[in-house]
Design a protein around this ligand. Structure first.
Ligand code: DQA
Length: 143
């Protein structure tokens, strides 16, 4: 089964971006980790990253039309993008929202997610391992 892992703006900068908050794993490392974990679970995992909201919306439409489960780190869009939320609302397979940092321990503007209410579940603050946990949950859900 195919799974899409979709990352929003600035997540391509993982590894160099505020390492005290986001850690030292790069986006390329994250791709490798997710693909390897997916293989173990019998998933064909594709990881994509974009800073363009319209591109993210199109990927979500693709997932909706093909009933593909999604692991989404919407990054900053999480907190304000109704366009990303509306695209998520159309998903037909599970959606796991992931945040590397614990957004609830950070600035007030990060405490609210416009995605969470329509996600199957949310994983926050567990670092990049949160993506692997999301994939594991998707595999448990399948059984
Ligand atoms: C993030 C948290 C967001 O507030 C922030 O804008 C990001 C990354 C996280 O993974 O912790 O870009 O989604």
């Amino acid at each position: 089964m195919k799974v899409l892992v979709l990352n929003g703006p600035n997540l391509d900068r993982l590894g160099t971006r505020e390492p005290l908050i986001y850690g030292s794993t790069t986006h390329a490392d994250l791709v490798e980790m997710c693909v390897a974990e997916g293989k173990e679970l019998g998933f064909d995992v594709e990881v994509r990253q974009t800073a363009y909201e319209g591109e993210m919306v199109k990927w979500l439409h693709e997932a909706a039309d093909a009933s593909i489960p999604v692991v989404l780190n919407g990054a900053a869009w999480t907190h304000y993008s109704i366009a990303v939320r509306d695209a998520c609302s159309q998903l037909t397979a599970p959606l796991v929202e992931v945040h590397i940092s614990n957004i609830h321990q950070r600035e007030e503007f990060r405490h609210h997610s416009v995605i969470s209410a329509i996600a199957s579940g949310v994983i926050v603050g567990l670092g990049v391992e949160g993506y692997l946990l999301a994939l594991r949950w998707l595999s448990l859900k399948q059984k």
